[in-house]
Design a protein. Sequence first.
Length: 156
Amino acid sequence: MRKNVWIAAAMVVVLGLIWGTVWAAEEEMCVPMGTITLEPLSAEAKRVAVEFPHAVHFGYNCQRCHHTWNRESAITGCSASGCHDIVEVPKSEDGRPAKDATLQARYFKNAYHTMCIGCHKEINRQNQKLQATRILTDQKLAANGPTGCIQCHPTE
Ligand code: HEC
Ligand code: HEC
Ligand code: HEC
């Protein structure tokens, strides 16, 4: 019994050392390869969180999405302070959505929808064009992501 405790303790120390080395080596940046769960910022979210397959998008330049990244410092999340950090639709004094486009882009939902749905819709448009001439070109349609609400927010 005692022996097992010592073995366990030794393993913790060894794992700690290995992890420490890996950590030190990769301190520069840890890139999430699988699915990133994009949580709503709003306290009372209307939709469920979005499962975003990050690496599926690595055919694009990283800066297509991480548009403020300078390729030197670590990448920060989209809702870092001063970025897309507003929780509700920015309104002007008369209660209507504010006209200022920069302010609207700070509302996290607008930022994500413009980027995610914007790109998927653009690909659909290109595919439709291609489809209209496909008999002539025989080119394959491009793979694409979802544009419908429940495809990204699976349940209510
Ligand atoms: C390509 C994926 C995608 C599609 C399609 C999409 N959304 Fe979103 N939506 C997101 C992401 C990403 C966020 C920000 C993270 C989050 O809230 O989970 C978001 C945020 C939201 C929010 C704010 C957070 C909340 O839950 O209150 C609402 C409301 C919303 N979406 C509604 C919709 C509706 C309605 C549609 C269909 C017209 C739609 N979305 C289509 C990806 C998508
Ligand atoms: C299609 C858009 C898109 C592309 C392309 C993309 N990413 Fe991301 N990445 C995201 C989103 C969205 C997140 C989640 C950010 C958040 O949680 O606020 C993220 C998160 C990250 C994070 C974690 C940031 C944190 O919050 O700690 C790193 C690191 C990262 N990406 C690196 C990369 C690298 C390197 C590339 C290029 C190979 C890349 N990304 C390409 C959209 C993208
Ligand atoms: C610059 C264009 C672009 C942007 C921005 C983009 N996507 Fe995509 N997305 C794609 C393409 C292209 C595919 C198809 C990739 C494939 O199947 O090879 C895709 C696929 C997907 C899929 C389906 C993956 C699968 O395995 O079926 C989801 C879900 C998705 N995207 C969500 C998002 C979300 C959420 C965002 C915003 C955070 C986003 N995308 C931003 C281009 C984009």
